[in-house]
Design a protein. Structure first.
Length: 400
């Protein structure tokens, strides 16, 4: 998920060939940010055995993302999007190398926090650069579609890469993003436009939304994201301890929870336009809740217990992902969009930190995950009883 910044003067790349290369760089960085969330999932049991830091490899990244979103807009305003973007990619690469080398548990978690902070700068800036580089209309819609597809597909790519890299050692999973980030940084120096300082002032979390739809979207997305990631962590340990599966097999086992979203990412806007965001959010929350509750009542086997839950939760994400993004900015004046999205994204990441930490600290993890899903459904149902608010700015429903 990425944020839209309020733009200053539109900027253009220096050459006619640059827009395609620019889009490739931005989309590549978005894929890197997304896969970094999932790439550690299959190797969590190995990390737990070595360092006892399993859940912090997930929640540390989310914490860094949420932390820097709160002040990232001010950094962009001071340094400009180009400098901030390049610095974030470089920092991301350094943190990835360090993650593969450090031995101390605290430092390992710190590298994940640093990676999350880098993603918090590149993910929001990417769509903002697209918005100020590609002309409004078909060209911009195509660019946003590509950017969205890479973001949605990154989670799936992370699982597959993790399963392959873990055949050597789980530490390679942490180091892998470094060379990719460096290559993207070198390419970015050639194609990123030079912008006017002050272009990012609209992305700080210093003006909280007062409208109920935005608050409902933030709460619903926080609960959905947090419960989803907590379920995947619990499933990873189930496949390791109960089934004795290797990381590569666990990676394949988790695919049903994320492939549907990647495949349907380009059609999210059409679904929102046809059925409306509140209905899709409620339907998605209902699917996810059913999946969590099913896991509580079925045997601990993959085909009868784990797989149906993953399919239902994956369907829930597919239905509600674009709808939640749309509702987060629907009816918000253009000048306030950046702050609304920053608030929304902070809530999404804080939901992950909270639920991952709570489930890691208790023996009743699955009931907590199920409770979060039911609460998300209750919040979504309140939106069905509220008349829709007129949209003040068209939004494509993909990644705000």
């Amino acid at each position: 998920m990425a944020a839209r910044c309020s733009a200053a003067e539109p900027v253009r790349p220096d050459t006619a060939a640059a827009p395609r290369t620019l889009l490739a760089v931005l989309a590549g960085a978005m894929l890197l940010d997304a896969l970094e969330v999932s790439i550690v999932l299959p190797v969590l049991p190995s990390a737990e055995a070595d360092r006892g830091t399993a859940h912090w490899l997930m929640s540390g990244f989310a914490a860094g993302f949420a932390l820097l979103l709160a002040v990232g807009g001010r950094l962009v305003a001071r340094l400009g999007r180009r400098r901030t973007y390049l610095a974030a990619l470089a920092g991301f690469a350094v943190a990835s190398v360090a993650a593969g080398l450090v031995e101390d548990t605290g430092w390992l978690v710190a590298t994940r926090v640093a990676q999350g902070m880098g993603a918090a700068l590149t993910a929001p800036a990417g769509l903002a650069i697209i918005a100020t580089t590609f002309p409004a209309g078909a060209a911009r819609r195509r660019a946003v579609a590509v950017y969205s597809l890479f973001g949605a597909g990154g989670f799936t790519a992370g699982l597959l890469l993790s399963g392959a890299l873990a055949l050597a050692h789980w530490r390679w999973v942490l180091v892998f993003p470094a060379p990719v980030a460096l290559v993207l940084a070198v390419l970015a120096t050639r194609v990123l436009p030079h912008d006017t300082l002050g272009a990012g002032r609209g992305t700080t979390v210093d003006r909280l939304p007062h409208r109920a739809p935005q608050v409902r979207a933030a709460i619903g997305a926080a609960l959905l994201n947090g419960s989803y990631l907590a379920l995947l962590v619990l499933t990873t340990f189930t496949t390791h301890t109960a089934f004795g599966w290797a990381p590569w097999r666990t990676a394949l086992a988790l695919l049903p929870a994320c492939v549907p979203l990647a495949c349907s990412s380009l059609f999210g806007a059409d679904l929102v336009g046809r059925f409306g965001a509140p209905r899709l959010i409620a339907a998605g929350a209902a699917c996810a809740s059913a999946g969590y509750l099913l896991r509580l009542t079925t045997p601990e086997s993959y085909l009868s217990g784990v797989l149906p839950t993953l399919l239902l939760v994956g369907a829930g994400f597919t239905l509600s992902f674009a709808a939640l993004n749309t509702q987060a900015v629907d009816g918000v004046p253009a000048a306030d969009t950046g702050r609304a999205v920053a608030f929304y994204q902070c809530c999404v990441q804080c939901g992950a930190v909270l639920l991952l930490t709570v489930t890691a600290a208790t023996a009743t993890a699955l009931p907590i995950v199920a409770g979060a899903g039911v609460l998300a459904l209750a919040v979504a149902l309140t939106g069905l009883a509220t008349p829709p608010h007129p949209t003040t700015e068209a939004h494509d429903g993909r990644l705000p």
